[in-house]
Ligand binder design. Structure first.
Ligand SMILES: Nc1ncnc2c1ncn2[C@@H]1O[C@H](COP(=O)(O)OP(=O)(O)O)[C@@H](O)[C@H]1O
Ligand SMILES: [Mg+2]
Length: 405
């Protein structure tokens, strides 16, 4: 049975809501009796359209404020949950109306307010926790369409870090018998899925490389009062402070063996404060260029340390492997030419060529939204969609909760 699913994402940048309208074909009618083996399944789907709706400035300020767990008030958190439910519903309705589609299902990631993927001690217990907000009951009720939401906890209940969840889509889109590929998403945080040539789903390497646009956006806000460095113009006019990059890359996070996850907890306000201190006395464009280089170099370093060694099989000479790897970039960072040129220069020596997910039929800014359409579709059919090799989960899990219309 064909299904049209809206995938909805709003990431740690808190820049806005991405809605992908995706059609899935050829599902066997009825519920599968057992969990289907996921190896070698292709993403049997078509992206019909993608729309992006920026958050109004006061909403963005409220979201960023409430990511600060120390200061947020519980009443405001409850209000934000319902407000986001309304905003998601409006965004989805608008996209569906514009493209004249009738939705069968929504998969809404929600807005992460807190994510701590590694267990820490709390009231005498070791707990890993996560929290995405945006009330799915409101979305389901306003749209009269069932909604899958709250994707991460099921993986954590199975012992995983609850992230990353996009590797499931990356695998279906990019696996190749002879090419090793890296799907590199650059949102607020940058994360990758490495798919060695001929790999099965349980051989993926996926983790957060570190900051993506988060530090760039924060210094643009601080120094220029702007949300981001539009088309990389400011960074293009600056010079990278190499000594700052060298010092920052020595931080324990960048040496931490994957799986690992990051968020505003690691690269948010406090981190940016320290970053600005290190850059003190330099020109504003140099500081933005350095924040941009931090994203490029932390990605390249992670690839060099943790990915390339797994790509080079001892059977093949290093010479023959050269230029055999591709990095396929998605996320808002793909729109920043300065960042892309720095990333190109940093990964070229590793024998990696740079591509955009657009070449593979998924616009860079739409990929994560498409992923949550896919995950919702899997959940609707009672199939697991976490990737234990990526999250560290002990077993496959069916992700999310369903709110019926
Ligand atoms: N034209 C552009 N030029 C430079 N940066 C851009 C551009 N468009 C988007 N970005 C960057 O991408 C970010 C949003 O990326 P996104 O993939 O939506 O991240 P998230 O998943 O964290 O919301 C913006 O905050 C901005 O830094
Ligand atoms: Mg975004």
């Amino acid at each position: 049975m064909t299904m049209i699913v809206a995938g909805v994402m709003s990431g740690t940048s808190a820049d806005g809501i991405n809605v992908a309208l995706v059609r899935f074909a050829n599902e066997p009618a009825g519920r599968p009796k057992s969990l289907s083996p996921r190896k070698n399944r292709r993403a049997n789907c078509t992206l019909l359209a993608h729309e992006e709706y920026p958050f109004p400035a006061p909403v963005r300020r409220a979201i960023l404020g409430m990511m600060n767990a120390e200061l947020a008030r519980v009443a405001d958190l409850a209000r934000l949950n319902f407000l986001l439910g309304e905003l998601y519903a409006e965004a989805i309705a608008k996209a569906a109306r514009q493209h004249r589609v009738k939705l069968d299902l929504v998969g809404c990631h929600g807005q992460t307010l807190y994510h701590q993927g590694t267990p820490q001690r709390f009231l005498g217990r070791q707990l890993a926790v996560t929290w995405q907000t945006g009330e799915a009951a409101i979305i389901a009720s306003n749209l009269r369409v069932p909604v899958v939401s709250d994707f991460r906890p099921a993986d954590m209940a199975a012992g995983g870090k609850g992230a990353p969840l996009v590797p499931f889509l990356d695998y279906l889109l990019y696996r190749d018998a002879s090419l090793s590929r890296i799907a590199q998403n650059i949102g607020g945080i940058a994360n990758l899925t490495a798919i060695p040539a001929g790999a099965s789903l349980d051989q993926l390497i996926a983790f957060d490389t570190g900051p993506g646009n988060m530090v760039i956006d924060a210094v643009m806000e601080e120094l220029f009062g702007k949300r981001y460095d539009h088309n990389g113009k400011v960074s293009a006019s600056g010079r990278v402070l190499d000594h700052v990059i060298a010092q920052l890359l020595r931080a324990p996070f960048f040496r931490q063996t994957p799986p690992r996850t990051a968020g505003r907890e690691e690269f948010g306000r406090e981190y940016v404060g320290r970053f600005l201190q290190l850059c003190q006395g330099s020109s504003k464009p140099d500081i933005v260029a350095t924040a941009t280089a931090l994203a490029a170099h932390s990605i390249a370093n992670a690839v060099k340390q943790f990915v390339v060694p797994k790509f080079i099989s001892p059977a093949t000479s290093a010479r023959r492997q050269k230029r055999d790897h591709q990095m396929i970039v998605s996320g808002g960072g793909a729109k920043n030419p300065t960042l892309m040129s720095m990333l190109h220069d940093a990964v070229a020596p590793l024998g990696i060529s740079l591509h955009f997910s657009d070449e593979f039929g998924v616009p860079a800014e739409a990929k994560e939204a498409v992923a949550f359409a896919l995950l919702a579709h899997e959940t609707w059919h009672r199939r697991p969609s976490n990737v234990p090799s990526a999250t560290g989960a002990k077993r496959p899990a069916i992700m999310g909760k369903i709110s019926y219309a």
